[in-house]
Design a protein. Structure first.
Ligand code: CA
Ligand code: CA
Ligand code: CA
Length: 279
């Protein structure tokens, strides 16, 4: 089904992607000890004109709104092991969002560098190309923040506070480890694309289409679409770190193929109408 709408895109996934995608690292942020700090300050948001970052290439990987990411539970990637082998001055660039929620994104660094902070305080897209231009308008495509330098031997984690801009401390928080999420489900996917890590979050609680109270937790199922486009961003950890994470010996060409191959499991946004028919 997916192959039909992605000719030529997934041909390398099975051959290139044979080993663990992320390196195992003993340093780990304890999801139970993670607390959102409401005093975190929004880092300065820099426009594309300032950073020189071009988001255009990455827009093709933004999942169409309310189209479930196929087989997202089966992806063998582990975004909970984003380990920096080399020190790097890390930046995060906003790619898109398809969310009515006013989501927030934070990071924690553990290991050689230990700190945490806000990435985006209000993930609400404005302007041309937004999937979810439904109020707020705090970010434009390609906007970036710089998180500073992280020493070799640091592990990065990212956390989504769903509708946290409005709900604050009562909001659900999702991280990279499904078992620690409030609904026990995967809410984060990550891929190597070119010299970047591309990450998408799902912001709705519960399994696909589930409604009503979750008897296990007492929380409310939110008719989730599992589209994982509720914030899409890329992390610049440096090409060497991406290569190390992907365990691919040769640089640019192979990485590009790897990225496109794995990401072939996402549908091209520009083909969303066709994809919806197939689904
Ligand atoms: Ca969405
Ligand atoms: Ca929005
Ligand atoms: Ca969603």
């Amino acid at each position: 089904m997916i192959k039909k709408c992605l000719p030529g895109l997934i041909f390398t996934a099975t051959t290139v992607f044979t080993g663990p995608f992320w390196q195992i690292n003993s340093a780990s942020a304890d999801p139970f000890s993670f607390r959102w700090n409401n005093s975190w300050q929004q880092p300065q948001i820099l426009p594309r004109e300032t950073t020189g970052f071009d988001d255009t290439f990455f827009q093709q990987y933004v999942q169409a709104e309310r189209v479930a990411l196929p087989n997202s539970q089966q992806l063998e990637l582990d975004p909970s092991k984003l380990f920096l082998k080399y020190s790097h001055n890390v930046s995060v660039y906003f790619i898109n969002e398809g969310a009515k929620y006013r989501n927030q994104l934070a990071y924690t660094a553990t290991g050689a560098t230990n700190r945490s902070g806000l990435v985006f305080n209000d993930i609400s897209c404005r302007g041309r190309g937004c999937v979810g231009d439904w109020g707020g308008g705090a970010l434009r495509l390609g906007d970036g923040v710089n998180l500073g330098n992280f020493a070799a031997g640091t592990k990065l984690d990212f956390w989504l506070r769903a509708d946290g801009w409005r709900l604050g401390d009562s909001a659900n928080i999702y991280g990279s480890q499904a078992s620690f999420n409030p609904d026990g489900l995967q809410h984060m996917v990550a891929y190597a694309v070119r010299d970047y890590i591309l990450i998408g979050f799902e912001d709705l609680y519960g399994p696909l289409g589930a409604r009503g109270i979750d008897p296990r937790t007492g929380r409310t199922n939110e008719n989730s679409d599992r589209d994982f486009n509720d914030v899409v961003f890329v992390v610049d950890v440096g090409a060497d770190n991406v290569r190390a994470l992907a365990s691919v010996p040769e640089p640019t060409t192979t990485l590009s193929v790897l990225g496109v191959g794995i990401l072939g499991m996402l549908k091209w946004r520009r083909r969303q109408n066709k994809a919806e028919k197939l689904l």
